[in-house]
Write a protein that binds this ligand. Sequence first.
Ligand code: ADP
Length: 321
Amino acid sequence: MIEVSGLTKKYGEVLAVDDVSFSVSKGEIVGFLGPNGAGKSTTMKVLTGYLAPTEGTASINGHDIIDQPLAARAAVGYLPESTALYEEMGVVDYLRYMGRMQGVAGAAIQGRIDDVIQTCGLATMAHKDISQLSKGYHQRVGLAQALLNDPPVLILDEPTSGLDPAQIVEIRSLITRIAEEKAILLSTHILPEAQNTCSRILIISNGKLVGEGTSGELLDMVSGNEQYSVRLRGGDGTLRRLEQLKGVTAVSSNMENGELAATISAEKGHDLRERIFDTAVESGAKLLELSHTSTSLEDVFLSLTGTTGRRSGQEGGSQDG
Ligand code: ADP
């Protein structure tokens, strides 16, 4: 549904997107993840026909964005990063106006408006002015507008940006609901959002694609160790036994208040929790704590982009393995 090949976009001397290639199929929600200034919005603006590429090309539902720009544009619904809605208009009037702008046939408009109002949960707001709506409902109107001509492809630039946690959950479930029949490319800088909503993730940094895959595949790209933190009391020789467990690469430890705090590093793919427990019991030690951390998507993001994934405090934070 979306095919991007060698896409490059320069603003004067600024290389905003650098030889990017990827594809998105029907039924997929692909997350476009990257720090600010990475090139996400620029890529999306090229795909939606707002900007011309400097090099390379892309097609939307089989229509080349350069050779068949109108057909390509008609196949895509776009939610820009800052949705400029006409605040003084009523929701239905705005959607009717946008439907006409998008070329939805006159006879079909009312049916499409009813449909998107239903899909986007706007029934109770339908006759209010847009200026009266909360930010979450603004975003729903933006999504409704993007869905008006029932496009097979949706491009959503930071769809949950600026929303409160409850609104984020609502918009996420709305996107998941409409995803089955469409190909969706969604940009975000919020890692858990990409992990929770997207079937696949593209990581972009300084205009280049630096990672692509499911969150599981991305985690595999950054080879990290499994790590276990344990806290023990008593038990002679427990440390030595832990060091000898299959898969263990290192054990570091220190004594705190008569308790032994140890960090055990193990090769990837070894789940040693049960064996650590058994080893403690066999050594006569009391196991006071045991926790397991493996590589998080945040580690992947940091490693691939060299930046921090925590921003705005909205939902930042690593996922504990
Ligand atoms: P993102 O959406 O990932 O935050 P953008 O696509 O907005 O990134 O920006 C990519 C790069 O292009 C940044 O270096 C940004 O400063 C630059 N850029 C974006 N828009 C313009 C513009 N209109 N003119 C010049 N440079 C721009």
